[in-house]
Design a protein around this ligand. Structure first.
Ligand code: GRF
Length: 200
């Protein structure tokens, strides 16, 4: 019996989280089958990372699929083609169409660079998050893996990883620390989903 999780990875930019997950799979720390990497950006560096691990790369966006619901149907086609169990969002900067979320019964994960529910929601991404954390005088921050719903950063929290915010912390140093934390926690949470330890 094959319990290996079929996953599809979605990213818009660098894709360092995608690479960390692909490396975990290669190292057998994560029992998953990486079926594809999808980006809304044809020039995203994540494309090179997909090639490096020999994972099929797809570019799907409003530009490739301008017709109404075109993006949603194209993503659903990929989910069907590869029999995807879980969609893994890692720096995917687009709202996933509601049809896709429904199609997978909500089996979609995302990672956010703060300790949700703090510092989440619309407009809270990238350096803005770390700036807000420092301005609020927080003494800790971190990363959160959560289930995706139709509202930003509101789904069930599946795992978190903490870092200290030091006295002399800057947005840049905090961003680096949190990203390193993301690279660890995402594979750990996905492995717990694969093993059935985490339920949705
Ligand atoms: C990460 O900080 C993630 O939390 C956020 O976007 C960033 C993606 O980084 N949603 P990368 O593309 O994985 O390097």
């Amino acid at each position: 019996l094959d319990n290996t999780l079929n996953i599809g990875l979605l990213a818009s930019g660098s894709g360092s989280n995608v690479e960390a997950i692909l490396q975990s799979i290669k190292d057998k720390r994560l029992d998953a089958n990486p079926c594809f990497v999808l980006s809304n950006n044809s020039a995203a560096p994540v494309k090179e990372r997909a090639f490096k691990y020999a994972v099929p790369f797809y570019h799907i966006s409003g530009r490739t699929h301008p017709e109404e619901d075109g993006v949603a149907f194209a993503i659903i086609d990929l989910i069907e083609k590869y029999q995807i169990d879980v969609l893994v969002l890692a720096g995917y900067m687009k709202m996933l169409p509601g049809e896709v979320i429904k199609h997978l019964g909500g089996k979609i994960t995302n990672i956010h660079p703060s300790l949700l529910p703090k510092f989440g929601g619309a407009g809270m991404y990238g350096m803005r998050v770390h700036r807000a954390v420092i301005e609020a005088g927080e003494t800790e921050s971190g990363a959160t893996v959560h289930a995706v719903t139709e509202e930003y950063d509101k789904g069930k929290i599946l795992g978190r990883c903490r870092v200290d915010v030091d006295e002399d912390e800057t947005e840049e140093t905090l961003a680096r620390k949190v990203l390193a934390c993301e690279h660890k926690i995402y594979s750990i949470v996905l492995q717990k989903i694969a093993s059935g330890e985490i339920s949705w």
